[in-house]
Every structure is written in structure tokens, then in C-alpha cells.
Design a protein around this ligand. Sequence first.
Ligand SMILES: Nc1nc2c(ncn2[C@@H]2O[C@H](COP(=O)(O)OP(=O)(O)O)[C@@H](O)[C@H]2O)c(=O)[nH]1
Ligand SMILES: [Mg+2]
Length: 330
Amino acid sequence: MDEPEVAEAAQAVLAGDRRALARAVTLVESSRPDHRRAAAQLLDRLMDATGASTRVGISGPPGVGKSTFIEALGTEVLAAGHRIAVLAVDPSSARTGGSILGDKTRMDRLSREPDAFIRPSPSGGELGGVARRTREAMLLCEAAGFDVVVVETVGVGQSELAVADLVDVFVLLASPGGGDDLQGIKRGIMELADLVVVTKADGDLEPAARHAATDLRRAISLLRPKYEGLTTETLLVSSPAGVGVAEVWAQVRSVHDHLSRTGQLDRLRAGQAQAWLWDEIRAGLAERFRRTPAVADELPALVEAVRSGRIAPTAAAQDLLDRFTLAVRP
Ligand SMILES: Nc1nc2c(ncn2[C@@H]2O[C@H](COP(=O)(O)OP(=O)(O)O)[C@@H](O)[C@H]2O)c(=O)[nH]1
Ligand SMILES: [Mg+2]
């Protein structure tokens, strides 16, 4: 993509052209070096039009009801006059080559709305790459005029941490009947939550959902608050019936307003931007390192030597880094 094409793409995204937005997201998802360069130029042109959205992360284990909830939330958010973009981060799809299909059908209603944009995560790639593409896709959506951006992630290991690092408000979904182990939520993940939502508070599951909420409230009360003057609420929803969803949205707004009013949102985003810069530098350096012939020539032998215990990893790393430094020195 040359300069004028990038300029044209930027104009189309700014005009809210959904197909242009979809193409731009495809561009930032590509790992081809020329695409990476074009994507960076495109984002650079759009930066001024970004940042005005409410960025919401929604996480929880598979089957907890994330997609169903987001569909209900989306309806609420659209009714309030917003435009909503939903991006999915699913590191498991990298391994299974799919798993997002179910989500697509479940967000059927939302995906037909003209003021909604749904984008499942691309399969393939490691978490770092998926998170980077999601950050960029989020900025593109903002430039296209979406003022609510929801990032859905399957709660497996590190992905919650990555998502919590790119949104303003992080919502954790828990299911009833998780037993006495607090639905298996790890303490570290609970500490990230700005809001906890217990799903499936309906029918036979309602008592269990109330019980789970009580347990979660108790557990949260023992944690150090994430922000001064803000408590992490635990709310109940029944997504298919839409019960409790408006309350969740109101609470998301309230947390966001608080952060915004107190200057904490600016600090949060500044920190996120800085962390992103270092992610990019780390990823770019590793890439250039691997591609440097003086490194690439020795890498397989040294990896083997480290694997068999003949050379200490530290020594091998030193050796390779010295080769890299020598190679890049003018
Ligand atoms: N009864 C009830 N079922 C729900 C609710 N939310 C989701 N489900 C069901 O739980 C299953 C998993 O939902 P899904 O949204 O795909 O979960 P995800 O994997 O977290 O995205 C589906 O069969 C949904 O119909 C709810 O609030 N109440
Ligand atoms: Mg889902």
C-alpha cells in the first residue's frame, strides 16, 4: 500500500465506512512487513481521531456466557444511542484453528445492527501478537466513530492480563455453580476486575447465582481496592432475558466517569501506551535479532547446545547479543 492509498484508507475509516474499517483491521492483523509498515502509517494518520471511546474488557471462562452477555449489552448500548464495536481475543483459536464460530452465531442480532461492528479474533499467532492487533483494531474502530469498544477474551491464563492492559474498565464474568472455589477465579485475575458479573441468574440456577455473588463479594472485600474511592461491585444478570444488563452498563459508565473525573483514566491510558511502546520495541528487536545473518547462522547450533546443557543459556544469549550488536554497528 503506497502513501496515497494509505491516505485514502484513512479518509474512508474516518468517514465511518464499515467496509474500509474491516479492510483496515485486516491490514493491522497481517504480519507481512510491508503491511506492518502501511498499518503503522494508517494508525499514525488516525491517532487524533482515537481515544474518545469507552473501552470495556469482558473476560471469563469458556461457556460462562460472554458472547450472550455482550449481545444483550450491545442492545442496551445501542438503545442508549451509542455505536458499539466488539473485538474478540481468543488465543485458543490459535491452537484449534477456530472456536469463534459459535460466538458469531450468538451475536447474530448485534452483527446485523448498522451501528455495531463485530470482529472475531483472527486465528493463529501468539498472545502478544493477538493483543497488539486488538489494540490497533480498537483504535481503528474509534477512528471510525464507535464510541463503545468491547474486547471479549476467553479467560485462559495470560489473555486476561493482556486485555486488562488495553481497556479502561475490565469486567469479569463468573458463572453460578462454580462451587466453593470461587468459580475457579484466580486471585490475581480478581484483583484486575473493576466489576464482576454473575451470569445465568435465572431459572434453576438463580439461587446458585445469588450464592456465588455473595461469595465473590466477600472475597473482593478482602482485596486491596484497585482504585482509591472505588469499589468493585458484583452484579447478577440473565442475559437472554436482558435482566440486570442495564445495571451493568450503568456501573461501567459510573466507573468510567469516576476514572475520567479523577484523572485516573488519563494516567491509566498513559501507562498503557508506554507499555505498548515497549511491547513493540521488544517484538521488533526480537524480530530483527532473528533476521540478522550473524545471529541466524549461529542460532540453531547454540539453541541445541543450550538444550543439551553444554552451554549455559546466559552465555549463549551473551554470545548472540554480541553478534547482533557487532552486526548492527555502522
Ligand atoms: N440460562 C442462561 N443461559 C445462558 C446465559 N448466558 C449464556 N447462557 C448459555 O450459556 C452457554 C454459553 O454461552 P456463551 O455466550 O457462548 O459463552 P462464552 O463461551 O462465554 O462466550 C450458551 O448455551 C448460552 O445460551 C444466561 O444468562 N442464562
Ligand atoms: Mg464466546
